[in-house]
Design a protein around this ligand. Structure first.
Ligand SMILES: [Zn+2]
Length: 161
């Protein structure tokens, strides 16, 4: 394997930037949030809380220590991470830490593919782990975005070790 281009096509959620990323402070920690569409939040919030989600979009608190997940300051509504059906991977104590939510592949599996199975790049990691098969990140990933970048970051970190 050399540096040839990979046959990995990130799903389309990755390609859209609407300029709304990383704005709007979290009502609790005052840290930055990341814009998340209503359709994503609807799929993430526990069923018994669905009625309070409304039709508007949200931000996701990006602070690993903060217990808040989605919030909308205009409507004065916030949810905690425990109100979400899946663990949010970057929050403290997330278990398991999913790297790819669509295929349920964990950070640990990606690290193992690199360290133990000597995967040298994204393509090999995806072959070993099965990550990013059937991507539907808009409804499966808490950020509503493709996990491509997250996986690449884990690979990069693992290769340095
Ligand atoms: Zn917060």
């Amino acid at each position: 394997m050399n540096g040839m281009s990979l046959n990995v096509i990130p799903c389309e959620t990755n390609l859209k930037t609407d300029g709304k990323d990383k704005v709007g402070p979290c009502p609790v920690c005052k840290g930055p949030g990341s814009f998340v569409k209503n359709v994503t939040v609807r799929n993430m919030i526990s069923d018994h809380l669905l009625e309070s989600v409304g039709n508007f979009d949200y931000y996701l608190c990006m602070d690993d220590d903060c217990k808040i997940s989605y919030y909308n300051n205009d409507f004065k509504i916030k949810f905690e991470k425990n109100d979400v059906k899946v663990p949010i991977w970057f929050k403290k104590d997330a278990k398991p830490k999913y790297a790819c939510y669509c295929s349920k592949v964990t950070e640990e599996q990606i690290i193992n593919a690199v360290i133990s199975e000597k995967a040298a790049n994204m393509k090999e990691v995806l072959e070993i782990t099965g990550a990013m098969t059937n991507p539907n990140c808009q409804i499966n990933n808490p950020l509503g975005k493709c996990c491509h970048h997250t996986i690449q970051e884990i690979i990069d970190k693992s290769l340095i070790k």
